[in-house]
Structure formats: structure tokens, C-alpha cells
Design a protein around this ligand. Structure first.
Ligand SMILES: [Zn+2]
Ligand SMILES: [Zn+2]
Length: 311
């Protein structure tokens, strides 16, 4: 158990969700293709604030108990010249890698659809690459857990980065195998190279979606939350320290499970700045998706948010 926790903590600290990962560089896309007026964005912050809860003190072992982060307001976000959608780079590519079960394949397709609605841009799901595309040099069986693992650096540097399409805002791989980033590591949930706009995440630890309807729903909720949180980082969003929000950091599944799928007013403003999308259309799309896929609590939130911005 100690090893498990250790690995998660190290992963978030050093790889994807910690300070080092937030040394963002602009992708060169400094202006959204359809920028919204700052006044219109600030208005949504006011409208959405009443339906969001401030962050409570972290429990022992939770992310903010172990990591001192300053957070990032909307104003601070704009100042860093964040990565945003542009005419040239405006698609999210999803690359499945591995021999997925039928249910897992469904979940990845749904997650790709959800990403498209969440960031209001086109998502393109690529043909799955088979497990045999991972060479022996980039795989191992964990010495203590007897779990199949693939090397994140191989997937990022040899598979995703060289094949990054010109119109890609980012390229994201999902794997069915567990992941590890190299010598001295137990495992990671995922790993991203933000400057290269590529990331890889495993759904291996999210449960077996074929076990039951409940397990399928839990797996879907976890997969869409992971995908949208990590893509948020690719849009230069740092962890949220103000509200209960999808951009909160988390140390383990229990902590991320209790975090909402929606963005707080400040993080939502960042998304509007980065994508230039209509907040009402976005909330409507997300409410429909959640309603259609049994995500009742999430559908209710997006419906409420829609009411607020339509006023
Ligand atoms: Zn994070
Ligand atoms: Zn937030």
C-alpha cells in the first residue's frame, strides 16, 4: 500500500500535475480563433459563482495537504499567454493503444465525444494500435505486483510526438495496460509532455466496466474526468485552489472521485478564453451527454449552469 501511495504522489508531483509540469510554454497559438470579449467572460464568473462551493480544508493525505500550491485566477491565466485553440491547431486526437475489451472501446469512444463537448472543438479518434506495437524494450511486468506495464516515454516520444497531426491542439493516448515512466518508478496514471502537446493515460486502474452497470458508470465517470482534467493542463490551466472543481489536484482515486466534473467560475472563464466557445451551448451539450449516459448528478449540474448563464 505504501508503494502504491508513493507512486501516485511522485507521479502527480513530478510528472503531470505538479509544479514542474506547470512550466508551460505557449504552443504558438496565442489567440483563440473566436475570442470572446473579456467583459462577457467576466460576466459568466459572476453568474456561476452562486452554484459553486469553496474548497474545504484538505483531509490528511489529500493533494493540498501534501502540496503547497498557490492556484491560478483567471487574470493570472491570461497573463501567462496560455495554450489556446487557433485556426491552425484546433483538434483533439485520441489514440487508443492496446487490446481493449468491447466495453473499454465504448468508453474511449464516449470519452473522445465528451472531450469534444467539454472543450467545444473537434475530437478525432484514431484506429487503435495493437498491443504488439509496443516493443519488448518498452514493456515489463512489475516485479512485485505481476502487472503488465508499458513505458510512457516510448509512447510519447516514439508514437505520439512524431505522428502529431499539423492541426492537432493535442494528442492523447489511452492504454489498457498500466504505465510506468522508467527506472525507480512503480507506476503512473499518466504522463504528458505539455510543450509537445502529447499525453498518455491508462484506464487500467479504473475498474472493469464489464462487471456491472454500476462499474461501467464509475469507469466512464473516472475516464472522462481524467481526460478533461489532463487536457485542461494542456490548455495551461493550473490546479484550482479556490473552489471544488475538476481542476483540483488529487493524490488518489478516492479523492478524485469526490471532485466534480464541472469547472469552477474561474476555471470555466479560462476555458472560454482558450476556446472562444458559447457557454450556453457547451452546458447544453454536456447536460445532454450526461443525461444520455446515466450521469445524473453531472447532468443536473450542467442543467443548473445552463440556467445561470442563460439569464
Ligand atoms: Zn492535474
Ligand atoms: Zn477551478
Amino acid at each position: 500500500m505504501n508503494n502504491f501511495r508513493w507512486a501516485i504522489t511522485i507521479f502527480f508531483t513530478s510528472m503531470l500535475c505538479g509544479p514542474s509540469a506547470h512550466a508551460f510554454q505557449s504552443s504558438g497559438a496565442a489567440t483563440p480563433s473566436k475570442p470572446l470579449r473579456p467583459a462577457a467572460i467576466r460576466k459568466t464568473i459572476k453568474l456561476l459563482k452562486p452554484i459553486h462551493k469553496p474548497l474545504e480544508d484538505p483531509l490528511p493525505g489529500e493533494w493540498l495537504d501534501q502540496h503547497k500550491e498557490k492556484g491560478q485566477t483567471f487574470a493570472q491565466y491570461v497573463k501567462i499567454r496560455p495554450n489556446v485553440l487557433s485556426h491552425r491547431r484546433n483538434k483533439l486526437y485520441v489514440q487508443p493503444i492496446g487490446d481493449f475489451s468491447e466495453k473499454q472501446t465504448e468508453l474511449i469512444k464516449l470519452s473522445s465525444d465528451f472531450l469534444s463537448l467539454y472543450y467545444q472543438c473537434e475530437s478525432v479518434i484514431l484506429d487503435a494500435k495493437p498491443e504488439s506495437s509496443i516493443p519488448d524494450s518498452a514493456r515489463r511486468v512489475h516485479p512485485e505486483w505481476n502487472v503488465k506495464q508499458w513505458l510512457t516515454t516510448y509512447i510519447l516520444e516514439e508514437v505520439l510526438a512524431p505522428g502529431l497531426p499539423e492541426d492537432a491542439f493535442a494528442s492523447i493516448a489511452f492504454t489498457e495496460a498500466d504505465l510506468w515512466p522508467g527506472k525507480g518508478w512503480n507506476f503512473v496514471f499518466g504522463y504528458a509532455m505539455l510543450r509537445d502537446r502529447v499525453g498518455v493515460w491508462s484506464i487500467n486502474r479504473f475498474g472493469n466496466p464489464a462487471d456491472s452497470d454500476e462499474a461501467y458508470l464509475k469507469c466512464l465517470q473516472r475516464t472522462v474526468k481524467l481526460a478533461t482534467h489532463e487536457t485542461g493542463h494542456m490548455f495551461s490551466m493550473q490546479h484550482c485552489t479556490l473552489f471544488q472543481c475538476n481542476m483540483q489536484g488529487s493524490n488518489h482515486l478516492k479523492e478524485s472521485d469526490k471532485q466534480p466534473l464541472g469547472l469552477c467560475p474561474q476555471c470555466h472563464a479560462k476555458l472560454l478564453f482558450a476556446t472562444g466557445c458559447s457557454p450556453a451551448k457547451r452546458f447544453k451539450d454536456l447536460a445532454k451527454f450526461c443525461h444520455d449516459n446515466g450521469m445524473k448528478k453531472e447532468a443536473k449540474y450542467f442543467e443548473l449552469a445552463l440556467e445561470k448563464v442563460e439569464r
